[in-house]
Design a protein around this ligand. Structure first.
Ligand SMILES: [Zn+2]
Length: 87
């Protein structure tokens, strides 16, 4: 639980796909956190973020390798989630 939890609105319009989505559902969240945003959430939904991530997988993998991260898909995914959640 973060200090943003109480202030979070219930839904948000994704800037990329334009759909209004609930921020959290029973199965998880639709928007990653981004503390540099006013509402503490990223502007794009998780689906759009994954699309972007998949489109930029090579770039992210190279960046991860430069930082000495194991070039393993699962490790990268975990790292990315970690980076996004604490950012
Ligand atoms: Zn979206």
């Amino acid at each position: 639980m973060s200090r943003f939890t109480k202030a979070l609105p219930k839904s948000k319009v994704c800037r990329t796909c334009g759909h209004r989505k609930p921020i959290s559902t029973k199965t998880g969240i639709n928007f990653w956190k981004n503390s540099s945003n006013e509402d503490g959430l990223r502007d794009e939904c998780k689906d759009c973020f994954y699309e972007w991530r998949n489109a930029n997988n090579e770039k992210l993998a190279r960046a991860a390798r430069r930082k000495g991260v194991v070039a393993d898909a699962k490790a990268q995914r975990l790292l990315l989630v970690y980076v996004l959640e604490v950012a």
